[in-house]
Every structure is written in structure tokens, then in C-alpha cells.
Ligand binder design. Structure first.
Ligand SMILES: [Zn+2]
Length: 248
């Protein structure tokens, strides 16, 4: 384990004790006094993460209910979008990408968990942490970059979204889906909220809401043009900001 002593979003010094939330599982989460991001200071090293993201984790994604849910999200969010080239960062066992492929999208993925990626061997998936991924695809090459239940897991979410943004074409879209820390469910149930209490400490380490999402996008040169919330989660779309003198 290592400690993040600064907010992973705005880099303000880690919150003082009065800004803590203690989860049902006994994890202490901090709310940044500057940007309001909720985060776990203690995060796992890469080798420790791979003990969580293992074969058992992959098998859970192959359970029919979760597989069906992932396919239904693909239907809901992408069935009516213009077809194009999609990169999903953290593509798991590939249900979302496979469905997009059926719709006619050209699909690519990155996945840190080799056991998950093994289930997606029919797809074009690079097995690596996104942060350290070799440059196999050109920057500015994708119509869509999808991060689906990803950013709550990452030690450095800003760097990840900056990297995602670099892969977008000038008019490409970053589609993101993640837990909403000010969701009605969280307000009613905190500290027992489901996303505060994953199976292992270190799985969920950042908790965003709409303002912190917008700040995150801004740090990556992206502009959020759509946000919708539902249940415990919210989803958004963003495009690269254009410099004022840059033609459309
Ligand atoms: Zn902050």
C-alpha cells in the first residue's frame, strides 16, 4: 500500500480528520476541502492490485446478469450513435465492446487484468495498465474513448483522462460512467453505500460528482456537454476544447 498525501484531482493537501467518512467496512475516506472529491488516501501498488483483479474477479463478469447488464448499457448509450472507432479503457471480459462490434463499431480495448482479457481474446485488447500501455495505436485516432466504471479504481485519474483525451480525434467523444457520490442512494445509506464497500479495500479509491467530473475533464482539456444521473451512478459525454482561434 502507499499513501496519496494530495488530492488526486486538485492536488490540495490531504484532508484533515473532520472531512472523513468511515465506511461500513472500516475504510476511511477523505473529502477534499478544496475540490470536494471523496477519496481513499491508501491505495494499492500494482502487484497488490493484481491480487484483486484475478481469475475470480474475471469470472464475476462472466455471470449472466452482469454480462446482460453490460450489453444493455451498450444498447442504451451507443445503439443510436454514429458508428466509428472505439477504445474502451478497462474493457473487462469484453461484453460492452463485443456488443458495440455487433452494432458496427470498430472496437479496441485495454485491460489490466490478464484473466479478464483472456475472456476477450476474440477482441483487439492490449493487456496492460492504461497508464503504462505501449503506444500501439496512434493518438488522435478514436471517435470514442469509453471509461466504464474505471475512474473510481485508479490511483491517478487525471493522468488517465489526459491519456484518454490524447487518443480522441478532434471531434471525438469521451464517454464516462461511474458511481455518483452525491447520488440519492449514497445520501440515504452512507457509510453503507455499495460503492464505498467493494469486496476489497483499494478497489474503489475516488468518488466523483458532477462538479468534480467537470474539473477532471477540464484538466484533460475536455468539455463536458452532457451529464445524466440515475440510481447510484452517472454518465457523461465530453469533447476536446477548441482553442478560440481554432476553426471548427
Ligand atoms: Zn481536491
Amino acid at each position: 500500500m502507499r499513501t496519496r498525501d494530495k488530492c488526486p484531482l486538485c492536488e490540495a493537501p490531504a484532508a484533515r480528520a473532520e472531512h472523513c467518512v468511515r465506511t461500513r467496512n472500516g475504510y476511511e475516506l477523505h473529502e477534499c476541502p478544496s475540490c470536494t472529491l471523496v477519496y481513499d488516501k491508501e491505495i494499492l501498488e500494482e502487484d497488490e492490485l493484481l491480487t484483486i483483479y484475478d481469475e475470480a474477479y474475471a469470472r464475476r463478469y462472466e455471470e449472466e446478469a452482469l454480462a446482460r447488464q453490460n450489453r444493455s448499457y451498450a444498447d442504451r448509450f451507443f445503439s443510436r450513435k454514429p458508428r466509428g472507432r472505439v477504445l474502451e479503457v478497462g474493457c473487462g471480459t469484453g461484453h460492452f465492446l463485443r456488443r458495440l462490434g455487433e452494432f458496427g463499431f470498430e472496437t479496441y480495448g485495454v485491460e489490466v487484468n490478464p484473466a479478464c482479457a483472456a475472456y476477450a481474446s476474440d477482441l483487439r485488447v492490449v493487456v496492460a495498465p492504461f497508464e503504462e500501455m505501449p503506444q500501439v495505436w496512434p493518438e488522435g485516432w478514436f471517435d470514442y474513448v469509453v471509461t466504464f466504471h474505471l475512474l473510481e479504481h485508479l490511483a491517478e485519474p487525471v493522468a488517465a483522462v489526459q491519456k484518454a483525451a490524447a487518443f480522441l480525434k478532434p471531434d471525438g467523444v469521451w464517454f464516462n460512467y461511474m458511481p455518483h457520490v452525491r447520488a440519492r442512494g449514497r445520501r440515504l445509506q452512507s457509510p453503507a453505500w455499495i460503492h464505498f464497500n467493494p469486496a476489497h479495500r483499494g478497489e474503489h479509491v475516488n468518488f466523483f460528482d458532477e462538479p468534480t467530473l467537470r474539473l477532471l475533464a477540464e484538466k484533460a482539456g475536455l468539455e463536458v456537454y452532457r451529464v445524466e444521473a440515475g440510481g447510484d451512478d452517472f454518465w457523461s459525454e465530453a469533447r476536446l476544447r477548441r482553442a478560440p482561434n481554432q476553426p471548427k
